[in-house]
Design a protein around this ligand. Structure first.
Ligand SMILES: NC(=O)c1ccc[n+]([C@@H]2O[C@H](COP(=O)([O-])OP(=O)(O)OC[C@H]3O[C@@H](n4cnc5c(N)ncnc54)[C@H](OP(=O)(O)O)[C@@H]3O)[C@@H](O)[C@H]2O)c1
Length: 280
């Protein structure tokens, strides 16, 4: 029997870490795409304790750098001919304007452009699997995205609209995958996990301020064990969530630019142009 393979980005913290620990018994092999190999090694040890049969590969992948994404994808393509489920989970928030090595606003680079390239490169492997599944961890923050260019290199920085724009991109990516490949059996979905008490955004402000903000907002946050359930459900029930956006596990309508087809077309086409790709 062919081994089942899960590939996940951002498994070393928060929602991704919670989800991969639950899913450790559902696949034969897991590919941990990490920017920090030490954290990946610690996670591998924990996962092995949960499932001694699980085969685990740690793959270096910094999603904010296109060359790192390409190297990770090339390595995976050399080693494997299929991926049953790809979870695009990694993401970050920055309170100040930062640029990626490739010249993009850093949240856009990490949350959208890197994952788009990774998905493009790994899509043939997903389509070559029995399960054919892609789960994109988006965010309800997609509603804060302004509907105008420039999409990737804004002249003015605003952390909320910047994060929102990157998360609108991830929602569009899931929609586009569904539209183009569902007829060939792909089950793609976008998930908003709710407000989850993780490390996100904490390194973009001082630790004291980060801890204070999280403490003040604490009543609104769910734990990681709760928050990762929406991702786990999306993986475990591919048909239920195929082609839809879900908010804390419930299928939800997409609002504002999330349902603007023309804007999606422009956004996706602009991404293809940036990455010199002909198609997703
Ligand atoms: N927490 C929430 O309330 C919430 C709400 C809506 C959506 N989300 C989304 O959920 C996803 C997971 O976030 P989280 O809350 O679990 O945050 P988190 O605890 O900070 O975990 C983020 C993960 O992404 C990885 N990552 C960050 N930058 C990366 C890069 N340049 N290259 C590769 N990996 C990178 C981190 O790696 P390190 O361990 O090395 O830092 C970590 O594994 C994100 O896409 C986020 O936008 C979160």
């Amino acid at each position: 029997m062919t081994e089942t393979i899960l590939a996940i980005t951002g498994p070393t913290s928060g929602i991704g870490r919670g989800a991969v620990k639950v899913l450790a018994t559902s696949f034969d092999r897991v590919l941990l795409l990490c920017r920090n190999l030490e954290k990946g090694t610690l996670l591998k040890k924990e996962l092995t304790e949960l499932n001694t049969e699980l085969k685990i590969d740690i793959i270096k992948c910094d999603l904010s750098e296109l060359s790192s994404v390409q190297q990770a994808a090339d390595h995976i393509k050399e080693q494997y001919d299929h991926i049953d489920c790809l979870i695009n989970n990694a993401g970050m928030v920055s309170a100040s304007k930062k640029e990626s090595v490739d010249g993009y606003e850093l949240m856009m680079a990490t949350n959208y452009i890197g994952p788009f390239l990774l998905t493009h490169e790994l899509l043939p492997l997903v389509m070559n699997s029995e399960r054919k599944q892609i789960v994109v961890v988006s965010s309800g923050a997609y509603k804060f995205a302004p509907a105008k260019e420039p999409f990737f290199k804004p002249t003015r920085f605003n952390p909320i609209s910047g994060y929102g724009r990157s998360k609108l991109g991830t929602l569009y990516l899931a929609q586009e995958l569904h539209e183009q490949y569902s007829r060939e059996g792909l089950r793609a979905t976008a998930v908003h996990p709710g407000m989850v008490s993780t490390n996100i955004g904490k390194d973009s402000v001082s630790k004291a301020l980060g801890d204070l903000v999280f403490k003040l907002l604490d009543p609104f946050f769910v734990t990681i064990d709760e928050g990762c359930k929406s991702v786990v459900s999306a993986v475990e029930e591919p048909d239920k969530y195929a082609g839809v956006y879900s908010d804390e596990g419930k299928v939800a309508p997409v609002k504002k630019h999330g349902s603007d087809f023309k804007m999606r077309r422009e956004f996706i086409d602009a991404t293809l142009e940036e990455l010199h790709l002909n198609a997703l």
